[in-house]
Ligand binder design. Structure first.
Ligand SMILES: Cc1ncc(COP(=O)(O)O)c(C=O)c1O
Length: 358
């Protein structure tokens, strides 16, 4: 496996805890027919769906630094939070097991789709310790209770991973990803995109791309398509996360630029009724991408992200001629996991999500 672009560019960062999980660099792919269909001069996709044969997408890049940090501190278990169909909880559970760490997760409800059921079945095979709460609004109280319980029991505290893996350590994975893209541009694989579009949930992916592109001197506009509530995904959250990550780099002696709110753009009109709710524009994006790129999008994140690119006012200043869509959904085949999954490995409460299962 090649050395990470971050380590190659800034040798002092080799001191950052890291564990190799991903198959990098991920390829870029030009989509000329889809570009013509959308009236663009050029369209490229960054294939982070191929970032791991175990489970790819955007989480594995973050987990390389997060689990590396957990291991360096001697932790043998981690805990995190997410919606029941969370790709982050699935990625964390599968990759934690691969480095002999026990995964725990606190789940909250979301609309149940076939995709969510598949995620849950695959998740059951990693045997995480799961707890399901009734509403996402109960999350802060539940998380605080959990901390107190751990503290009182004086047991080994599992390493805490924020939702989406969006801690500064996790964001380093996307700083590296932006440097990787800059190298691919330098190697002539693609021109400098006028804009990079990506789904914005907990904003770690977006923050890392914004910081990494600035470090690499790429002038591309960085555009996050919001898929969760505005209080959680906005320029302030993304810039703050980028600047906290920059401090980790500063500790390695790197003069990282400050990211301002205006450095990160947001598309707010693709979320529809809410997180995890399908939208007509998202459904159309799924069909379009399937037809012209033969790549699968999911309704919660990537369909909305691509719809954000499709419907963006590209004539705005500065105009967008060449666009890059950063694909963040895993395309690893989960069938072997799903085929061996046993619903009874999930806690009893989860049976409600499988009404056809007797
Ligand atoms: C497929 C996919 N794309 C994008 C995102 C959003 O990434 P972030 O939370 O870093 O904004 C997620 C988060 O779970 C995801 O699963």
């Amino acid at each position: 496996m090649e050395e990470l672009e971050l380590f190659r560019t800034y040798p002092s960062t080799r001191s950052l805890p890291y564990t190799e999980l991903a198959a990098l660099p991920t390829p870029t792919q030009e989509l000329p027919a889809l570009a013509t269909e959308l009236g663009l001069q050029g369209l490229w996709v960054k294939r982070d769906d191929l970032s791991s044969p175990l489970y790819g997408g955007n989480k594995v890049r973050k987990l390389e630094f997060i689990l590396g940090h957990a291991l360096s501190e001697g932790h043998r278990s981690v805990w995190t939070v997410g919606a029941v169909g969370s790709h982050h909880v699935l990625a964390t559970s599968l990759h934690s097991r691969s480095v002999d760490i026990e995964p725990h997760a606190l789940h909250f409800p979301q609309p149940i789709t076939d995709h969510v059921r598949e995620v849950l079945l695959a998740l059951s095979t990693a045997h995480p310790q799961l707890e399901l709460i009734n509403s996402k609004h109960a999350l802060p109280v539940k998380m605080a209770q959990r901390r107190v319980k751990e503290w009182l029991s004086r047991a080994e505290e599992p390493y805490y991973i924020p939702g989406g893996g969006s801690s500064p350590r996790g964001v380093l994975g996307y700083v590296n990803a932006a440097l990787e893209l800059a190298r691919q541009i330098e190697d002539g694989e693609l021109p400098v995109p006028d804009a990079i579009f990506v789904a914005a949930g907990t904003c770690g992916t977006l923050a890392g791309l914004a910081l990494g592109c600035r470090l690499a001197g790429l002038p591309s506009r960085i555009i996050g398509v919001r898929v969760i509530d505005k209080v959680l995904a906005n320029p302030l959250v993304a810039a703050n996360l980028a600047n906290r990550t920059a401090r980790l780099l500063a500790d390695c002696g790197i003069d990282a630029p400050k990211i301002r709110r205006r450095d990160i753009e947001f598309v707010h009109d693709q979320i529809g009724p809410g997180y995890g709710e399908e939208t007509p524009q998202g459904r159309a994006a799924i069909d379009l991408f399937d037809k012209w790129a033969e790549i699968e999008l999911d309704p919660t994140y990537t369909a909305k992200a691509f719809a954000g690119l499709q419907h963006f006012d590209r004539q705005s200043n500065p105009a967008i001629n060449n666009a890059l869509y950063w694909h963040t959904l895993s395309s690893a085949d989960l069938t072997p996991l799903i085929d061996t999954a046993d619903i009874s490995d999930l806690p009893q409460q989860y049976r409600q999500f499988f009404p056809d299962h007797s």
